[in-house]
Design a protein around this ligand. Structure first.
Ligand code: SF4
Length: 199
């Protein structure tokens, strides 16, 4: 298994693309995983705040996500247990409406397989948002259907809406998510986090 973390941290493939966005930022890949991780958070891409902090989910979305997973901050940020692997490792910039641009496709094409190959002990995958679901869930059609279909996914896979506060309306419209999905998700996370591999 090749350790590609330094190569990933040095990646500048999207430098020209980012330079013409409104923020004109430089690539800053947020590399947050270690080979022994058990839980994979397959997310979308860092937002501007995370880009500046250099720490994934270092915002209100992270607070909500940790609550959904039943993890405290120290455990959530323990890279040897939780791998946070977005579809784009850098903040992609904003579109004309001020929303985050999609993660650049070249990022998953270049990095996703070799990154996941580094973590053979992953036992639970939590997909966040449509881009990660499209990549990891065969037959994906839309987020609501994927989240509701948790019983039909391969074992060890959960699909979640993005924990952004912009999705509070979705959560209010779909109370089954908190009632049915979250208790199963927390139980699965607890099982994986408490079942340490032998040294
Ligand atoms: S988004 Fe991915 S491919 Fe683009 S510069 Fe960042 S790490 Fe490289």
């Amino acid at each position: 298994m090749k350790d590609i973390r330094d190569d990933l941290a040095a990646c500048r493939l999207c430098a020209e693309r980012f330079a013409v966005t409104a923020t004109q930022h430089r690539p800053r890949p947020i590399v947050w995983f270690k080979p022994g991780a058990r839980l994979l958070i397959a997310s979308q891409a860092p937002g501007k705040r995370v880009h500046e902090a250099g720490k994934p989910f270092w915002d209100m979305s992270g607070t909500r996500l940790r609550d959904w997973l039943g993890l405290d901050e120290a455990t959530f940020y323990d890279r040897s247990r939780v791998a946070i692997v977005p579809m784009g490792f850098c903040f992609p910039g904003y579109d004309a409406q001020g929303s985050d641009l999609p993660p650049p496709r070249i990022c998953a094409q270049t990095w996703r397989e070799p990154v996941l190959d580094m973590m053979p002990d992953l036992r639970l995958t939590v997909l966040i948002g449509a881009y990660a679901m499209k990549y990891h869930l065969p037959g994906f059609r839309n987020v609501t259907e994927a989240v509701a279909g948790w019983r039909d996914h391969p074992p060890g896979v959960f699909a979640l809406p993005h924990p952004s506060w912009r999705n509070t309306g979705w959560l209010n419209k779909n109370p089954w998510f908190a009632e049915e999905v979250l208790p199963r998700l927390r139980a699965a996370v607890s099982e994986v986090m408490n079942d340490r591999p032998p040294n």
